[in-house]
Design a protein around this ligand. Structure first.
Ligand SMILES: Cc1ncc(COP(=O)(O)O)c(C=O)c1O
Length: 387
């Protein structure tokens, strides 16, 4: 038995989505820029996918620009706005300290090239306090980027309020909604956004394709230069099968989002409660609400997250740590650190993220295995934890 509880890393492609991709890849090979019949068929596929994505966001199709995924969309938003607004003298960029690397590393790159950058702190629950944004804004702030849902802990930021505050100082507002689109309703106008990033592989679509939603009239310079694809906003022959897959995944999400959110929320809560009740020395990281319904991040006192991940994998259960293990060193999660959690806890935490195929029986299996696994890992290091 293999159980996949790592849907925030990526999701399996839905079989209907895979069928769409295969059909388009084999049967619709035209270049969407070609004037002839084959090109026009490919263009029609792009148009349909654009409408499906727009409809998931309550946006206009013409505002959707296809990209190679969340990372490119984040780069496009930050670099594109920074460059577009440079002549106006707005050379200050703001993001939260718990953003994905696609935002954080891009900001660092822009800082090296002369932009002033500010990272907003978060409180212990993993939320940006609107006052912290008000204090950081200046008259030369070009863009504020605060993610909608966090990939590690699932907490949802008050983006509508943050966007309103950013606009009050004339700055644009971008949200990385890679972890919220397809999981909870996202209405770009109700949230008052200017730009939004999404990625197909986080909601049962294919990898390597995503979109940046750009509000009509927002000033953004393209970062991919070349041909006039995507109305001159993103050069490069469109990945027609991938985009068709994104469109199909968006349609599927629109259809089942409401019921799936309730189902996954109940499943996640049951998993969480059972772990807290049956494994001593456990605690949830981040606020319980507002959170995306599929995610929980739990710390296990005196248990190294990496060992727990491996022990669970041996039982057939795939989870993730917030930490990135690079060149042999264990980096504690920047998200948990930014929340001010003490250093043992940042290294004792694992993320369980549920998705479409997960069942009650899988939750029961994990809950039945965890107490023994944790007890064994603690006994190996002689750790004692109060029940
Ligand atoms: C919040 C967030 N932003 C951006 C990305 C990057 O998206 P992609 O994998 O499509 O480049 C991810 C993926 O893990 C993510 O979780």
């Amino acid at each position: 038995m293999r159980i996949y509880f790592d849907h925030n890393a990526t999701t399996p492609v839905d079989p209907d989505v895979a069928d769409t991709i295969a059909r388009v890849m084999v049967g619709e090979f035209g270049n969407a820029s070609s004037v002839h019949h084959f090109g026009q068929r490919a263009k029609a596929i792009l148009d349909e996918a654009r409408s499906s994505v727009a409809s998931l966001l309550a946006a206009e199709p013409s505002e959707v620009v296809f990209t190679s995924g969340g990372t490119e969309s984040d780069n496009f938003a930050l670099r594109g706005v920074a460059e577009a607004l440079e002549p106006t003298g707005r050379r200050h960029l703001i993001a939260s300290s718990i953003e994905h690397e696609a935002v954080l590393v891009t900001l660092r790159a822009l800082a090296r090239r002369g932009w002033r950058t500010t990272l907003l702190s978060v409180d212990q629950s993993g939320i940006v306090n609107p006052q912290v944004l008000s204090d950081a804004l200046t008259d030369d702030t070009a863009i504020v980027s605060v993610m909608h849902a966090n990939n590690e802990i699932g907490t949802i930021q008050p983006v509508a309020e943050l966007a309103r505050i950013a606009h009050g100082r004339g700055a644009l507002f971008h949200t990385d909604a890679v972890q919220s689109v397809g999981k909870i309703p996202v209405d770009v106008r109700a949230l008052g956004l200017d730009l939004l990033s999404l990625s197909a592989h986080k909601f049962n679509g294919p990898k390597g394709v995503g979109a940046l939603w750009i509000k009509r009239g927002a000033r953004v310079t393209s970062i991919m230069t070349g041909g006039k694809h995507e109305r001159s906003r993103r050069a490069g022959t469109e990945n027609v099968p991938g985009i068709a897959g994104l469109g199909a995944a968006a349609q599927l999400a629109s259809k089942k989002l409401a019921t799936e959110a309730v189902r996954l929320g109940a499943l996640r809560n049951r998993l969480e409660e059972a772990i807290l009740a049956n494994v001593p020395g456990t605690a949830i990281n981040g606020v319980r609400e507002p959170r995306v319904p599929n995610t929980t991040n739990i710390s296990f006192e005196a248990v190294e997250a990496e060992s727990l991940l491996i022990a669970l994998d041996l039982e057939g259960v795939a989870v993730s740590t917030g930490s990135a293990c690079s060149s042999g060193t264990l980096e504690p999660s920047h998200v948990l650190r930014a929340m001010g959690l003490p250093s043992p806890r940042t290294q004792n935490s694992i993320r369980l993220s549920l998705g479409a195929g997960n069942t009650d029986a899988e939750v029961d299996f994990v809950v039945s295995k965890l107490p023994k696994i944790v007890e064994k890992l603690r006994s190996l290091t002689g750790a004692r934890v109060r029940a």
